[in-house]
Design a protein. Sequence first.
Length: 259
Amino acid sequence: MQIGMMNDPRCNATDEARWAAAHGLDFLDLTIEGPGADLEQIDQAALRTIMAETGLGIIGHTAWYLPFASPIARVRQAAVASAAETFDLFAALQARYVNVHISSTPALFSRADCLRWNGESFAHLAEQAATYGLHVMVEHPPSSYFSLDDISTILNADPRLGFHLDMGHMHVAGFKLKAVLEELGARLTHVHLSDNRGRHDDHIPLGAGTIDWPQVIATLKQYGYDATITLEVFSKDRDYLLLSAAKVRQWWADAALEQ
């Protein structure tokens, strides 16, 4: 298991990478979005230096608001092109995975349209990512609108698509982790952790909300997950992020003793 953090997109990504490495995190979940981390604002050379000096890894993350399911074909194509523009950077930073986010469609259009447009967009990205040696993983939104069957339908648009599990989103959507893993566990590629109280995606420290974290970690281990975990905890006081990392490591160790 490896623990990383997401850069705050309001901040300089190089500074975020230095902080992550200096505080013992394994990787930076590098999100490419404004106002501080648009593609043209990323200093690739500086990031490569930090990686070489510290062993910090990179996981790719695209902007959550790209309209992959817009009813307008040209807008969907632009969203795909915008996400694909990050692939050269992520490949140069030796990332293996890059995420995309399921997008909503205006209510006048059918659920089937929404699922099809998301799936088509992600299938196009999976094809392009393969030429860079990258794998696309799909992150679900903090909403009960998309059922587990819906998420599965989107993933089935291309067998190369991985599933990106966000526990904060799952809690807001009201899903049970075991049900999620039964349905989608075979495609599980990456995990995001942040806490909330079940109403909004608050990104608060682990233990500050209502998610049963020892049970979450034990369930992930039970289903054989042992890969990357991003702490998506945004707080001005980053001691809370470090405390969350320490808690995950302890819960992980405790779960191993119970197995």
